[in-house]
Design a protein around this ligand. Structure first.
Ligand SMILES: *[C@@H]1O[C@H](CO)[C@@H](O)[C@H](O)[C@H]1NC(C)=O
Ligand SMILES: [Zn+2]
Length: 430
């Protein structure tokens, strides 16, 4: 696919013809746009999105074919409408309009479009990073997908909240295996490879990783949102110095909130045995862990070792990485404050708070290029919408898609303002 082919597919003629924009293909399928600023002393930023999607099949029960972009009652249906083509098209559409308007940015910026985010971005995002490193680029901030505007999703919260992801949990995939001499089922040993491994897996499930609620960025989320809750939650969330352990015990009861409390442990594969009358030599299991910000990959591996507590179980790290550094979210944080201002320009009634992503994004590959990575797109999530993400009937309303374009249109201009907005923090109001 040549650069020319790509141009002919899409409808951003001004982006592709502007003397301010340089477009290049990276790793054959990813794209890097470099938009020149008039003041080269201003540190550039980068907007990131991805082209690829997870699979979808009409037979899964979609109301409209998943690659039709069919419109039903004001919603555009299709795989990728949330993750992540709306932000991607929104960014390009916003740039197109700005250039048509004759806008020339003061601060230069980049747009990176990866092609393999859903399988970790090892080719797309990582090669975009490599190209930028070769050019010694440093970035003021990176804005990628991740969190959204939550409306009616957090129980007890009054009004919508825009959560801007300032970090991501780490991840580890660990292989547990037990090998023994194979034997005939007529003369079984007292313990089999399956029995030993099953007991180890059970110990991991019965002894979850420690409760760490309040020791990571989730604390800031609760503190920022506290004033939007009724009593007694308002009081509890405003006094996490006292109540973090109590709240942690409440949140761990449900899987979706437990994810914010600790490193989660999920046994995802268990394989052993090929024949009904043979004791298998080998049993193996895979465990996928998502690491809380207050823990390291090494600490998690050490805990697995001690919890399994059986030398016969071999423990190997298949792949993993530490939780991502926590980006700034204070009054002096350029990226955070610009994103926040832009959200409030478009959605004046929304409460903005820092958040933590429990999944991972392409932006994690950019951590050497900037201290500040934010994960947010102004997509509205209402009750039930979470299941559409990587599920069936993924959709975005036409209105929300327009808001996305407005958001990036406004964000690019806000990045050119000379002075950060005056702080009007709502934390600790109680
Ligand atoms: C790009 O495509 C060429 C030809 O198919 C292939 O050899 C090369 O490995 C690809 N590059 C990347 C980074 O995937
Ligand atoms: Zn995505």
């Amino acid at each position: 696919l040549s650069s020319k082919d790509f141009e002919s597919f899409i409808s951003f003629p001004t982006v592709f013809s502007s003397s301010l924009v340089r477009h290049e293909l990276v790793a054959n399928y990813s794209h890097l746009f470099s938009v020149q600023g008039s003041q080269p002393d201003l540190v550039p930023y980068l907007l990131l999105a991805h082209i690829d999607v997870v699979p979808a099949s009409e037979s899964d029960g979609w109301e409209a074919p998943p690659f039709s972009a069919k419109e039903i009652d004001g919603f555009i249906y299709g795989r990728g409408t949330i993750d992540d083509k709306s932000p991607l098209m929104g960014i390009l559409q916003a740039l197109e309009y700005l250039l048509i308007k004759g806008y020339a940015p003061r601060r230069g910026f980049y747009i990176g479009l990866g092609h393999d985010e859903e399988v970790s971005g090892y080719k797309g995002a990582m090669n975009i990073v490599r190209v930028l490193k070769q050019r010694s680029v440093q970035l003021s901030f990176v804005l990628d997908e991740g969190l959204a505007v939550l409306d009616g999703v957090i129980s007890g919260l009054e009004g919508p909240a825009a959560l801007i992801g300032i970090s991501e949990k780490g991840s580890a995939t660990v292989k547990l295996s037990v090998s023994m001499l194979p034997g005939h089922s007529s003369m079984p040993p007292s313990e089999s490879s399956i029995g030993i491994l099953a007991a180890a897996v059970k110990r991991l499930e019965e002894n979850p990783m420690p409760r760490l609620f309040g020791h990571g960025p989730e604390r800031g989320t609760f503190e920022h949102l506290a004033h939007k809750f009724g009593l007694p939650m308002k009081f509890i969330m405003s006094n996490l110095w006292l109540f973090a352990p109590l709240l942690g015990r409440v949140l761990e009861r449900k899987p979706d909130t437990n994810a914010f409390v600790r490193t989660t442990t999920a046994v995802t594969m268990f394989n052993a045995g090929v024949k009904v009358n043979i004791i298998p030599a080998l049993a193996e299991a895979y465990v996928n862990l998502r690491i809380h910000s207050a823990q390291s990959l090494q600490e998690v591996l050490d805990l697995i070792q001690s919890t399994v507590g059986d030398q016969r179980v071999k423990i190997e790290l298949v792949n993993g990485f530490d939780p991502l550094p926590v980006s700034s979210a204070d009054e002096k944080s350029f990226g955070f404050q610009i994103i926040k201002k832009t959200v409030l320009d478009i959605f004046p009634t929304v409460t903005v708070a820092p958040g933590i992503c429990i999944g991972n994004t392409d932006s994690r590959h950019f951590k050497d290029l900037t201290n500040d990575i934010y994960r947010f797109a102004p997509v509205w999530f209402k009750p039930g919408d979470a299941q559409r993400f990587h599920g069936i009937n993924e959709r975005i309303s036409k209105k929300n898609y327009e808001e996305l374009i407005e958001f990036y249109f406004s964000l690019i201009q806000n990045c050119d303002i000379q002075k950060l907005p005056e702080p009007h923090s709502s934390v600790h109001e109680l």
